[in-house]
Design a protein around this ligand. Structure first.
Ligand code: CO
Length: 198
C-alpha cells in the first residue's frame, strides 16, 4: 500500500466518532491547549501516553524517547519541559517507564548497539549507582528493577532543570511523579518518587 490509505480511513472514522459525541470538540481544541500534565515516557509502541490514562486530545503534553531518559544537555527534552512548565503551566510532570523496556535491557546487558550506545550510557550510569542492590537479583528481576530505578533517577533529573527550579522558587504548584507501566496487564504503578516530597 503506497499511501497508507487505511490510516487515513481510521483517522476519519475516529474524528467522526468524537464529533458524534461532542460536536464542539475540535472547535474548542483549535482555540488553545491547556493540559495539566507533561508526560515523559518511552517511545515503545505499547506505551501510548493518553490511551493508558484514558484522556482525550488536549489533556497531556507528551515527550517520548528511548527509555524515558532526561539528560541535562538534551535540548529537545529540556525545551519540552520549559515550554510545558513556563508557557502551558502544567501542574504535574509524569516520568513513566515500563517493565520490559528494551532500552533499559540493552543498557543492563551491556551489548553493542552502535549509535544508540551513547544514549544507553545514561542508563548505564543509573546501573552503576545501584550495583550493590542489583547484585543478588536474577536477570529478569534486575531488568525490572532497573526500569524502576531509571524512572526514579529521571524524576530527579527533571527536578534539577532550570524551568522546574524556577517554578518552585516562584511558589508554583508543580509536582514530578515517577510511574511504571506493566505491559503484561496494562496497569500503572506509582513508584512513590514524587517531588517535592511531602
Ligand atoms: Co521502553
Amino acid at each position: 500500500m503506497k499511501n497508507l490509505q487505511h490510516l487515513f480511513d481510521n483517522n476519519v472514522a475516529w474524528a467522526e466518532k468524537i464529533k458524534a459525541n461532542d460536536p464542539g470538540f475540535f472547535d474548542r481544541l483549535s482555540e488553545q491547549q491547556t493540559p495539566d500534565y507533561l508526560w515523559i515516557g518511552c517511545s515503545d509502541s505499547r506505551v501510548p501516553a493518553t490511551q493508558i490514562v484514558n484522556l482525550p486530545p488536549g489533556e497531556v503534553f507528551v515527550h517520548r524517547n528511548i527509555a524515558n531518559v532526561v539528560v541535562h544537555n538534551d535540548t529537545n527534552c529540556l525545551s519540552v519541559i520549559q515550554f510545558a512548565v513556563e508557557v502551558l503551566k502544567v501542574k504535574h510532570i509524569i516520568v513513566c517507564g515500563h517493565y520490559g523496556c528494551g532500552g533499559v535491557k540493552a543498557a543492563v546487558e551491556d551489548q553493542d548497539h552502535g549509535l544508540i550506545n551513547e544514549w544507553l550510557a545514561h542508563i548505564k550510569e543509573v546501573k552503576q549507582k545501584h550495583l550493590a542492590e542489583l547484585a543478588d537479583l536474577t536477570a529478569d528481576q534486575k531488568n525490572n528493577r532497573m526500569c524502576e530505578l531509571n524512572v526514579i533517577e529521571q524524576v530527579k533529573h527533571v527536578s534539577e532543570t532550570a524551568a522546574v527550579q524556577n517554578a518552585w522558587k516562584n511558589g508554583n504548584a508543580l509536582s514530578i511523579h515517577g510511574w511504571i507501566y506493566d505491559i503484561s496487564d496494562g496497569i500503572l504503578h506509582d513508584l512513590d518518587a514524587t517531588l517535592p516530597a511531602n
